[in-house]
Design a protein around this ligand. Structure first.
Ligand SMILES: *Cc1c(COP(=O)(O)O)cnc(C)c1O
Length: 404
């Protein structure tokens, strides 16, 4: 709705280098002149007089009215994220799933059709397959890596293309620019869930994608504290006229406290993602050469079947390394149970290294057939490489793999 940042301020901040934008961008200081970003824990706002209240509601005065749809701390977080992603506008949400849900449901109506890559985060699949279906929105799931399947799935009522790249848990890639071009020609909106790559390593809007969504719970908070999400777009009209009324009236708002935590996290996001990735590259090399490992899955590893695409659209491989051990479910469980530094958790993007066994946790609700299609076997483990010393992490894996 209202725009608290002047065009001159935005333009100036866009000229700054990334790390300067992440520390200084989008700051709105109060008359107290606080150094750090203010945390405005307030649900509402008072007006000087009835005339001002009237003007705010008529949007003739761009002050704040109610924190379900605008709050100074949340606004600062959104503005800093716009500067990071190269977005025109964005809206923060209470979780990543609130962001995915709002992006899709604000755009789609009964009778519309959505095409999505089948390698999807479980809740994304639920929204498309189960929830959308209940409201008369059809879908087709395709092999996201095959551009012909995207083209062939288009129907006269196709409104949205949706995908994740790299995908969870096996890090298969979708050609972002390729899918964007097909959609652009057919007048279809594109939405990318960019969580695994992070906004530091991959910028879908620069590859002509319309809308990017994040679970800010992952690398953006990065320290396992708060849930949050955000929808960003190069299309300001979509944010203001389609997404904003949906969010304003349904209420999946990011709390000012979480926005404040995430704002402070953005100051270190580039540093953290760089170290996460340094560590993950070494872990991928270590696992790739280990005799107990059948297969390592990492976008920038020489064995990745889409290495050329990874190098084209992702600056680096990110912090998630999946691998298949040479063994069965019991062997994978023994490895996970033997780890001392790396802990078992389905979360990711945290400073702490976390490992999960997808086929019995994040992906256990899928049918056996669907798991097979996605290459998720009982021997697969997904590792979110943290910020610990990488030699300690490799030693931890080595000791545990000896028990496989
Ligand atoms: C975690 C995750 C989500 C959901 O985010 P929440 O913040 O947990 O709601 C969506 N997409 C991907 C790829 C994720 O990893």
């Amino acid at each position: 709705m209202s725009d608290k940042f002047s065009d001159a301020k935005k333009e100036q901040e866009q000229q700054w280098a990334l790390q300067t934008r992440m520390v200084q961008g989008g700051l709105l200081r109060s008359p107290f002149g606080e150094t750090s970003e203010g945390l405005y824990l307030t649900s509402g706002y008072v007006y000087d007089n009835a005339e001002q209240a009237e003007a705010r509601f008529k949007e003739e005065d761009n002050g704040f009215t109610y924190s379900r749809y605008e709050n100074p701390t949340v606004e600062m977080f959104q503005q800093r994220m716009n500067l990071l992603e190269g977005a025109v506008d964005s809206r923060a949400t209470s979780s990543g799933m609130a962001a995915v849900h709002a992006a899709l449901l604000s755009l789609l109506s009964a009778g519309d059709h959505i095409v999505a890559a089948k390698a999807l985060f479980g809740s994304n699949l639920f929204i498309i397959q189960t929830l959308c279906a209940r409201f008369g929105i059809e879908h087709t799931l395709v092999d996201g890596a095959d551009l012909d399947q995207w083209k062939d799935a288009i129907q006269p009522n196709t409104k949205v293309f949706f995908f994740e790249t790299p995908s969870n848990p096996n890090l298969t890639l979708v050609d972002i620019a390729g899918v964007a071009a097909i959609a652009r020609e057919a007048g279809i909106k594109t939405i990318v869930d960019n969580v695994f790559a992070t906004p530091i390593l991959q910028r879908p809007l620069e590859m002509d994608i319309d809308i990017v969504v994040y679970s800010a719970t992952k690398h953006i908070d990065g320290q396992g504290r708060c849930l949050g999400g955000i929808v960003l777009s190069s299309d300001g009209k979509f944010i203001k006229e389609t997404l904003q009324p949906f969010l304003r009236n349904t209420g999946p708002t990011m709390s000012p406290f979480n926005a404040w935590v995430m704002l402070k996290s953005l100051e270190t996001l580039e540093l953290r993602v760089a170290r996460h990735t340094d560590n993950a590259e070494k872990v991928a090399q270590f696992l790739g050469a280990h005799p107990k490992i059948a297969k390592v899955l990492y976008p920038h590893h020489e064995s990745h079947p889409q290495l050329e695409l990874a190098q084209r659209q992702m600056a680096r491989g990110g912090n998630i390394v999946s691998f298949q051990i040479d063994g069965d479910k019991a062997a994978a469980f023994r490895v996970a149970n033997e780890l001392k530094i790396i802990r078992i958790s389905n979360n990711l993007g945290d400073a702490k290294s976390l490992i999960t066994h997808p086929s019995t946790t994040t992906h256990f609700r899928l049918t056996e057939e669907a798991r097979q299609e996605l290459g998720i076997t009982p021997a697969n483990l997904r590792l979110s490489v943290g910020l610990e010393d990488v030699d300690d992490l490799c030693a931890d894996l080595d000791t545990a793999l000896a028990k496989a």
